[in-house]
Design a protein around this ligand. Structure first.
Ligand code: SAH
Length: 356
């Protein structure tokens, strides 16, 4: 039986070294061997846990923030409610449950999910049974109408390229072969127009990352929001401009070497929020401050929500709730590492939770 590793070695032998982005794309989304195609990544049994899998409070509060934006923009109908990379569909299920009481919201929404994995689409269909769901392959296929969108840990799963500074140019980190095994190497020095601005804040041998897909996706959803109204909440780990190697491979909640058994570990990289903001601005949107997740959730009332849920719990369930609240908000847990960015039309205030 051939493996993804065999296929990659055969490809590199035939074509020469490939970029890290090509490698990540194969590892994550290969139609037969890709990580999201075959694995059950999320939750305690999976390789990593995401915020919506930690507690229902996460999806609920995001839902209320987006629903308030929708009301503030005059409750447009119909509108698109969309999620990028919905995983098991947990966030959207919690969001929909929490917004049931918002008059007119459910009657007006048209639910669209952007999901590349057929395996995860199936799980999303189960989590959202009873709702009319449309799956699309890209943001460009979303209807031209008001768009209220959430993306949690989506941009960190997009393939990145890595470049090492060499004089006024860059050498790309690539995957080649050494003694028949996958290994990293550096390509020839060349100028990189997309990294022009990074010549100002880097020196020789510094490594910077570039996600080729992130900017076009941000531009596309920002164009839709600028033209038709709406809001986007983008939550991910990362910061304003990245420096250094942030590629991470996780398997069973432990870091592993990204080159061993391709397709069997989750591969992610920090998100460069500066890129998302600058292209969104260019497309006519306003962007909020890049706000720590803990601050965002506290402003939306996560502690009150936790108290309400706690009233009906005791013993282990109560302890789990307290631990979940801490995990989502505490600066030493996810509270600071994860950031939230809001996009709105240029005349409209940021979504609740991102407004100072
Ligand atoms: N938002 C979920 C899952 C995060 S994992 C949560 O918070 O639990 C990343 C998700 O993005 C998965 O659903 C994965 O299949 C999807 N994904 C990754 N790359 C994608 C791409 N290029 N297009 C569409 N979906 C993608």
């Amino acid at each position: 039986m051939t493996t993804l590793q065999d296929q990659l070695i055969a490809r590199i032998t035939a074509e020469g070294p490939i970029s890290l982005a090509d490698y990540m794309a194969e590892c994550l989304l290969h139609p037969e061997y890709g990580y999201y195609t075959t694995a059950t990544p999320f939750g305690a049994q999976g390789d990593f846990t995401t915020a919506p899998e930690i507690s229902q409070m996460f999806g609920e509060l995001i839902g209320l923030s987006l629903a308030q934006c929708w009301l503030d923009q005059g409750a447009p109908a119909p509108f698109t409610l969309a999620e990028l990379g919905p995983g098991r569909g947990t966030l959207m299920a919690d969001l929909l449950r929490a917004t049931r009481g918002v008059p007119g919201f459910h009657a007006a929404l048209q639910l669209h999910l952007v999901e590349a994995s057929a395996n995860l689409q199936k799980q999303q269909a189960e989590a959202l049974a009873g709702y009319d769901v449309t799956w699309v392959d890209s943001v460009d296929e979303l209807p031209r109408q008001p768009l209220f969108l959430v993306a949690n840990e989506f941009f960190d799963a997009l393939p990145i390229r890595q470049f090492v500074r060499d004089g006024e140019g860059w050498r790309e980190k690539r995957l080649g072969l050494a003694e028949g095994a996958l290994c990293f190497g550096l390509g020839p020095e060349a100028p990189q127009p997309a990294l022009e601005h990074r010549l100002l804040d880097t020196k020789d041998d510094d490594l910077v990352e570039l996600s080729p897909a992130a900017a076009p996706i941000s531009a596309s959803l920002a164009q839709c929001i600028a033209r038709h109204g709406g809001a986007a909440l983008i939550i991910d780990y990362g910061d304003w401009r990245s420096l250094g190697d942030t590629l991470q491979a996780l398997k069973s909640h432990e870091p592993v070497d990204p080159l061993t058994s391709p397709g069997s570990a989750d591969l992610t990289a920090h998100v460069d929020f500066e890129v998302l903001c600058s292209v969104a601005k260019g497309a006519g949107c306003a962007h909020s401050k890049v706000t720590p997740q803990g601050v965002f959730l506290e402003r939306l009332g996560i502690t009150d929500r936790a108290r309400t849920l706690a009233a009906g719990l005791d013993g282990e369930a109560l302890e789990n709730l307290i631990a979940a609240h801490r995990r989502l908000t505490h600066p030493e847990e996810m509270g600071n590492l994860f950031k939230v960015l809001g996009l709105t039309p240029s005349t409209i205030a940021p979504p609740p939770g991102l407004n100072e």
